[in-house]
Ligand binder design. Structure first.
Ligand code: 6YU
Length: 517
């Protein structure tokens, strides 16, 4: 007779089968801890890594690139498995990053091309503003790339000084840019300001936030050395596949949303929404911070300590939408890499309204009175997929667009391309693929950022195991619990390894104390 997993006592249950969860599982298995189970709410593993294969090639609805190289294990895995695109190939297109200024066209809503010198000038001013502040950061902010243990985390939290991060991203940039503008040629003033506004939108996307007023500057994020963006031949799913390939099927249960975790005993009990109950010595929680924000009250018994609740509430977590448009036949030429939308006035609104109105759908231009499409930063080519353009919908627009249909979004995007490219003949795309992370009840948004609401001690409280770091029954992992690499897949990976190592070390030391309640 087969053993039912809900009858046995497990060593570790991992809640969530994204990057952090699978990294933890892999680490435990490699260290001989095989009595484990991953409970994943959805019908696939990967979480915010979701590569779909289409007739136009792969589409990454979530994570797409590896950020940084040196010290980034995911980069090493990708290289070892020959998954990385060769930058020197003629068809390689530099993907979206702050340096897209070098390759993309910047156009205004009238279709006019913005002078490249001005584009580069503004780009440099913005980069200088960013670097100036990073370089003045206290040393304690800079953790090396080594994975640290749960117990040592508090050491880093002490580095968070209120004086250092009270400024928001918005304030930092607006003060600095005003100063920069004063030194500029007055004739370029309007276009420089318009480019600056474009850059702020790009930052909304990079930070995945609804407002830059809420983002603490400069945050704690550190880029691993090497290229900031590594493009993958078959999408991010291919890197994830390498990690999950040694995970035996019976160690994973899909479609198993966890309802409640009872954690204040020697043995934790994990109850799923389908009524099944599993027991284990340790539970590693890797669900996204968006899910925790919405469910932390009912998910834990006893409730989480107030400090942890506040830390979860104070983390920034908002939305970002990727819009992929695909044509059977591209309308662009081989050397084209993309177009960025630089808005100089609102006049296009009327034009858009008239043209789209002919199809009887003008209401799609404004959701709740807001022109959501202003928050599309532009469209860019995707390496290896010659018929696809990818656009980024950021900030409030990302949130507003979730109520629109694919057809409506596709029509508005086509109209934007007509205006900004100055070409009325651009056909409507044959297909559209859109990420919808915010409306996914198990994710709830894009990725985390350090908010200006963050208080001293929040990071430590967020990561702290319960009932204590010395007796870790309930452990926390996932991208938001990475000190320097939050928001990324390698950050998530590192936290999964960290949680697993904590348990492995305890087991090796046979130091699993009993709690008597
Ligand atoms: C990266 C990139 N990238 C684009 C977009 C998004 C993200 N990221 P998971 O959510 O994966 O797993 C948790 C699981 O838990 C999940 O499967 C749930 O179903 C499950 N679950 C929930 N509730 C449950 C329950 N009750 N029971 C059981 N299971 C439950 N990262 O490295 N490169 O290109 C991008 C991008 C649109 C949405 C990204 C990128 C972020 C990563 O996707 C993300 O961090 C990890 O996958 C998370 O893994 P996890 O395991 O923690 O959670 C200055 C400064 C600013 C800093 N910014 C710098 C970098 C900006 C990053 N740029 C990203 C850009 C893109 C394109």
């Amino acid at each position: 007779m087969e053993t039912r997993l809900d009858d046995v006592e497990l060593d570790v249950i991992i809640v969530g089968g994204g990057m952090a969860g699978i990294a933890a599982a892999q680490q435990l298995l490699q260290n001989g801890m095989t009595n484990i189970l991953v409970l994943e709410a959805q019908d696939y593993l990967g979480g915010r890594i979701k590569t779909i294969n289409t007739e136009y090639g792969h589409i990454d609805l979530g994570a797409e690139w590896i950020h940084g190289q040196k010290g980034n294990t995911l980069y090493d895995i990708a290289v070892e498995n020959r998954l990385v695109h060769n930058r020197n190939q003629s068809f390689y297109i530099s993907p979206s990053s702050a340096s897209i200024y070098d390759v993309h066209e910047f156009r205004t809503e009238n279709g006019s091309l913005v002078n490249r010198n001005i584009v580069c000038q503004v780009s440099k001013a913005m980069e200088d503003l960013y670097c100036k502040s990073i370089n003045s950061a206290p040393k304690e902010y800079q953790q090396d790339n080594e994975i640290i243990s749960e117990i040592e985390l508090s050491k880093f939290d002490k580095a968070i000084s209120k004086d250092y991060m009270t400024k928001s991203f918005a304030t930092h940039y607006s003060e600095g840019f005003d100063e920069y503008l004063e030194s500029c040629d007055i004739t370029d003033y309007d276009i420089q300001k318009a480019l600056y506004k474009w850059r702020l939108k790009w930052e909304l996307g990079d930070n995945c936030c609804a407002s830059l007023d809420d983002v603490a500057f400069p945050g704690r994020y550190i880029m691993c050395e090497g290229h900031g963006i590594t493009d993958l031949k078959f999408g991010f799913g291919s890197v994830f596949d390498v990690l999950k390939k040694d995970l035996p099927k019976q160690k994973v249960q899909l479609r198993k949303p966890v309802k409640q975790i009872k954690w204040k005993r020697n043995i934790c009990s994990v109850e799923c929404f389908d009524g099944s109950v599993y027991k284990s010595k340790h539970v590693i929680v890797t669900v996204p911070i968006g899910y925790l924000k919405n469910h932390m009250t009912s998910m834990f018994c006893p409730s989480l300590p107030d400090k942890k609740v506040h830390a979860i509430q104070n983390i920034g977590f908002s939305n970002l939408v990727k819009v992929f448009l695909a044509w059977k036949k591209p309308f662009w030429c081989e050397s084209y890499s993309g177009v960025q939308f630089v808005w100089t006035s609102d006049s296009i609104q009327e034009q858009l309204q008239t043209v789209i109105g002919k199809h009887g759908t003008t209401e799609m231009l404004k959701v709740d009175g807001n022109p959501w499409y202003h928050d599309i930063t532009g469209f860019e080519r995707c390496t290896g997929r010659p018929n696809v353009l990818c656009g980024w919908l950021v900030g409030e627009g990302a949130e507003l667009s979730t109520t629109l249909s694919d057809i409506d979004v596709s029509k508005v995007c086509t109209r934007l391309l007509h205006c900004f490219c100055g070409d009325e003949n651009i056909p409507e795309p044959d297909n559209i693929y859109r990420s919808q992370w915010q409306s996914n009840q198990y994710i709830g948004g894009g990725y985390s950022y350090v908010s200006t609401r963050t208080q001293d001690g929040d990071f430590e409280a967020l990561c702290q195991s319960l009932p204590s770091n010395q007796n870790p029954r309930l452990l926390f992992a996932g991208e938001a619990t990475s000190f320097n690499f939050y928001s990324t897949t390698h950050g998530a990976y590192e936290t999964g390894i960290r949680a697993a190592k904590t348990i492995i070390t305890l087991k090796q030391q046979s130091k699993e104390p009993t709690i008597n309640l």
